[in-house]
Design a protein around this ligand. Structure first.
Ligand SMILES: Nc1nc2c(ncn2[C@@H]2O[C@H](COP(=O)(O)OP(=O)(O)OP(=O)(O)O)[C@@H](O)[C@H]2O)c(=O)[nH]1
Ligand SMILES: [Zn+2]
Length: 380
């Protein structure tokens, strides 16, 4: 595939920059199958459709494949919401202007998904082809290693690299000298080797420079974190300007109105791209996560328990409990492991149900699916 610098500017993964990324040969094959098409990236997703871009210039609307369109096709066994494009996806586009249409979705190398709340189990694909997820956590009452652990599970399962960004380091340090070091120490006990933890003052551009390693040109990042953690503040510092909540008219480049009510891909001055999306406060497991992989230390201990099915409760010969009693393993971390494991197992069961239900629907036609609302767009 012929890759222009314009595409690299919006995150096109060049093999030279990221030889580890899988699937590029598949991309080439798809491109050959659609010789009249050109690659583009989904930069905005609205209820009414997609906006795609081929450079830093403003995106344009492109019609999507009929099977990606809303409820009606899904009910007939069409493409599930999580298999349709999301912001960050690379697609192939044919035609110009009003006739522009997406003809293929290129395989993703990462996907940030969550289970959406509601009557029916749904998966929501929040962002695709993300390199790094900044897990934003304030060094105030927001600081909670258990919640960070939870985010790490979801981010890693999606194939992106998590970086823990501890905001409000300035406030914490002003309140108590050594508070930042103590928090980093706390996270050290998560047994997560190689995990980057970066304390910053999100309001200070100089301090935010500490994230530069993950913001090289061509890289794509997203922010997750609870309300008030500092995501908007950090976004503004990364942008060097305010990306306001509603109806901002960009003065300098007059690219028109901009809101954060939809998902959007925003170029940063560093050359990286930020996917700015609502709905990144709470991530619920989808059922596809591998919990043991993220708690490999506990898993390794569990192998040494006397009973294979040890629940690490009152069983004799429990290696996990022995480690807790010896003070080498944090009891809260074990509790969180069990909680997440149960939650993922619950979601996995619902996911399996839904998949078999969908198969049945494909056979029986749309009738029994009447109640399903395919509204994958609710935010938190
Ligand atoms: N001193 C200081 N204040 C910060 C820092 N980060 C965020 N704040 C403040 O914390 C408050 C909440 O920050 P926001 O950026 O709005 O938090 P958010 O994560 O975007 O919150 P939601 O939009 O509710 O998801 C604001 O008043 C910020 O000015 C920091 O590093 N240092
Ligand atoms: Zn045990």
């Amino acid at each position: 595939m012929n890759v222009s610098p314009d595409l690299v500017a919006i995150g096109w993964p060049c093999v030279a920059a990221a030889p580890e990324r899988p699937g590029l040969d598949v991309w080439d094959a798809l491109a050959r199958a659609h010789p009249a098409a050109r690659p583009a990236r989904i930069v905005e997703q609205h209820r009414s459709g997609y906006l795609v871009a081929e450079s830093l210039e403003e995106g344009y609307p492109a019609e999507s494949l009929p099977e990606w369109q809303r409820a009606s096709t899904y009910r007939k066994g069409g493409t599930a919401p999580e298999s349709r494009p999301a912001v960050g996806d690379w697609v192939l586009v044919e035609g110009e202007g009003a006739t522009a249409r997406i003809v293929a979705l290129l395989p993703r190398y990462s996907a940030i998904k969550r289970a959406a709340a509601g009557e029916h189990y749904k998966q929501q694909l929040i962002a695709a082809n993300v390199d790094t997820v900044f897990v934003v956590c304030g060094l105030d009452d927001d600081f909670n290693p258990r919640r960070i652990e939870r985010y790490l599970l979801l981010v890693r399962s999606g194939g992106a690299e998590p970086v823990v960004v501890l905001t409000k380091a300035d406030l914490a340090e002003a309140g108590r000298a050594g508070a930042v070091a103590a928090a980093i120490d706390d996270l050290g006990s998560l047994g997560l080797e190689g995990l980057a933890v970066v304390p910053i003052n999100a309001r200070d551009a100089g301090s935010v420079d500490a994230l530069a390693d993950w913001l090289h040109p061509g890289r794509t990042v997203v922010l997750v974190g609870s309300s008030g953690a500092g995501k908007s503040t950090l976004t503004n510092s990364l942008l060097g300007r305010d990306r306001m909540k509603t109806g901002e008219v960009r003065g300098s480049d007059s690219r028109g109105r901009h809101t954060t009510t939809h998902r959007a891909l925003v170029p940063l001055p560093s050359g990286a791209c930020l996917i700015d999306t609502p709905g990144m406060r709470e991530l619920k497991p989808t059922g596809e996560e591998d919990v043991t992989e993220n708690f490999s230390d506990i898993d390794a201990l569990a192998e040494q328990c006397r009973f294979r099915d040890c629940a690490h409760g009152r069983e004799p010969g429990c290696a996990v409990r022995a480690a807790i009693e010896a003070g080498v393993l944090d009891a809260q971390r074990v509790a969180n492991y069990h909680k997440l494991r149960d939650e993922v197992a619950g979601a996995a069961a619902t996911l399996a149900d839904r998949r078999s239900e969908q198969k049945a629907t494909t056979r029986q036609g749309p009738r029994i699916q009447k109640a399903r609302r395919d509204d994958e767009y609710d935010e938190d």
